[in-house]
Design a protein around this ligand. Sequence first.
Ligand code: ZN
Ligand code: ZN
Length: 338
Amino acid sequence: LAQNFAAKQAEAILGHRDQNRAAHTDISNPDRKDGDYAADDGEKMKALVWMRKNDVRVVETSKPKIIDDHDAIVKITGTTICGSDVHIMHGVIVQMEKGDILGHEFCGVVEAVGAAVTRLKPGQRVVNSFCISCGECEFCKKKLTTACEKTNASRLHEKLYGGQMGGIFGYSHFTGGYAGGQAEYVRVPLADNNLLEIPDSVPDEKGLYLSDVLPTSYHSVVYTGVKEGDTVAIWGLGPIGLMACVWAFQKGAKRVIAIDINWRTDYAKSKIDRLETINFSKLKNGETVPTKVGEPQDCWFYPRCSTDSLTLYSNPECLSALLSCPQCLINGLTRLGK
Ligand SMILES: [Zn+2]
Ligand SMILES: [Zn+2]
């Protein structure tokens, strides 16, 4: 609570980054600003909102409306609770405000589009990108969309990390203050760039994974540089870690060793052929992960997706494994500096 309060004060002192934005930010609930962002006909909807640490509630609030010409309004048909949402619950994410609508992974049907939307039309089934990008800034042109410079007005983020990151649906004013998709409707800014059409042959339950979990895990394996014949260590077996194991094999890894501290190792082994696992909490005296693996690891990958994996990360064994490995990746959300 104190951290969140301090973050809010710091943002007030630093001043919001109002220049150079491609979309209206900080509309984390259509009822903010005395209902200026609410549907004109007064229609209501149900949404999951953050109240305070360890307190989220389903409430009735106003349905969103088109604010910018490039917006779309999507009627939600599927959404998820991501491991990253748990960090919000636990109070780790700053610049949350009471009433912020949560949820950065969703699919649904386009209900309305603004005048500047050209690629989408009402009635289409779509899945969102969890990050909100403009498609035209320096970083978007390089396809580094989570580093978009035009969709997040948080000055605090810029000062803390030395650079801007893009907006994220339902994930605090630290990442743009956009309302999320754990609701009946959501406003999607820059819709042509942030929504992907789902073919009729793909059900919601599959298409939904394209909003975060599948691309995040795939992107991580590609960026770590996994190649034919590699030995890959994956620390942490939440959803991202599990899928990274599959992608690593698909990229030709010779061995994939997954490390965690609990039942997840047995679960992963039962689901993924050829996967080797190490339950870190059961290492005997004198045993280490490298001695158990028995050969140098080419790639080290830390998905950072569960509370348990946060515990792993703070372990010296995990850090020393990182330092001894030529290709490493720590999965996260932000970019540091320019
Ligand atoms: Zn997510
Ligand atoms: Zn951009």
